[in-house]
Design a binder for this molecule. Structure first.
Ligand SMILES: NC(=O)c1ccc[n+]([C@@H]2O[C@H](COP(=O)([O-])OP(=O)(O)OC[C@H]3O[C@@H](n4cnc5c(N)ncnc54)[C@H](O)[C@@H]3O)[C@@H](O)[C@H]2O)c1
Length: 254
């Protein structure tokens, strides 16, 4: 049985994972962390801080906020616990601290835990390799009106992968309102829309002369991220220290 500490357990994703965990017989949420521990009635104890946690766990799944990252890493290193890090909107310092933690513990990190988005990235890399020098590349993402970070971690992940495919020659442009000039060829435009309850939508456009290729992924519900995070927890529970992601997991399980 893999025991999980669910960080952000009373948030939208924490509650999705709490519900989905009942479908897996080899995992159990042993405890949770929340700013408001009494917000929901959960089938496990919920603490306000990591210092209060009594249970011994194998993996921490973190869907919370960037400001909690130092405490999450501190707990995992002290207790030699594997980490599935799903929180987005991370600072360069957060990312550096996560990379350093992965020298001591197993860390699985992905800004998008869905299988579909990770296939979208592979398709976008192929399109960039074939069209990138003659087509303009734009990314559009849509999310619900409660999302705090913009653009999404997934949009940035897609842009990074395309940029890597194009030998890191691209500039990321988030706002054209102040620039009174035509777009350049070596730009990836990244735009965000926020509204309603949209779980997540990402499109990559390759716009050429008289033709447009659009690669699009739509998350119909948050369950896709929840299932991905639980699979990641099962995958990483038996791993040695190091940094893992969807690519490494998909290579091994599919
Ligand atoms: N990687 C993925 O596939 C994926 C998918 C969906 C959401 N996310 C990301 O996961 C994070 C959470 O998403 P959500 O929709 O569940 O958000 P949410 O706001 O509904 O939930 C976040 C929860 O974390 C708790 N929290 C935040 N800071 C805390 C702190 N300092 N101490 C204790 N608890 C704290 C909040 O109280 C809240 O319950 C966001 O960064 C989001 O972008 C990632």
């Amino acid at each position: 049985m893999i025991k999980i500490l669910m960080s952000g357990c009373n948030g939208k994703m924490g509650q999705v994972i709490t519900k989905l965990s009942a479908n897996f017989d080899n995992i159990q949420i042993a405890a949770g962390i929340s700013r408001q521990p009494d917000k929901f009635s959960n089938p496990y104890p919920v603490y306000k801080s990591f210092e209060e946690v009594q249970e011994k766990v194998d993996v921490v799944i973190d869907f919370s906020n960037a400001d909690l990252i130092p405490q999450v890493l501190d707990y995992c290193i002290k207790n030699e616990t594997a980490l599935v890090e799903a929180t987005t909107g991370l600072s360069p310092e957060n990312n550096q601290a996560i990379r350093e933690a992965a020298e001591q513990i197993p860390v699985f990190m992905s800004a998008n835990m869905s299988l579909g988005v990770n296939v979208l990235i592979e398709l976008a890399r192929t399109a960039a390799a074939k069209l990138g020098l003659s087509f303009d590349i734009e990314i559009l993402e849509k999310h619900h009106n409660e999302k705090k970070d913009a653009p999404s971690g997934t949009a940035l992940m897609i842009a990074d992968e395309i940029n890597e495919q194009l030998d890191n020659t691209m500039d990321f442009i988030y706002d054209r309102s102040q620039k009174k000039e035509k777009r350049k060829r070596n730009e990836i435009g990244i735009s965000a829309i926020r509204g309603g309850t949209i779980p997540g939508e990402h499109s990559v456009f390759f716009a050429g002369k008289d033709e447009i290729l659009e690669i699009k992924h739509t998350a119909i519900s948050r369950d896709v991220f929840g299932t991905g995070a639980i699979r990641a927890a099962m995958y990483i529970a038996s791993k040695k220290k190091g940094l893992y992601d969807m690519k490494s997991m998909l290579k091994e399980i599919i």
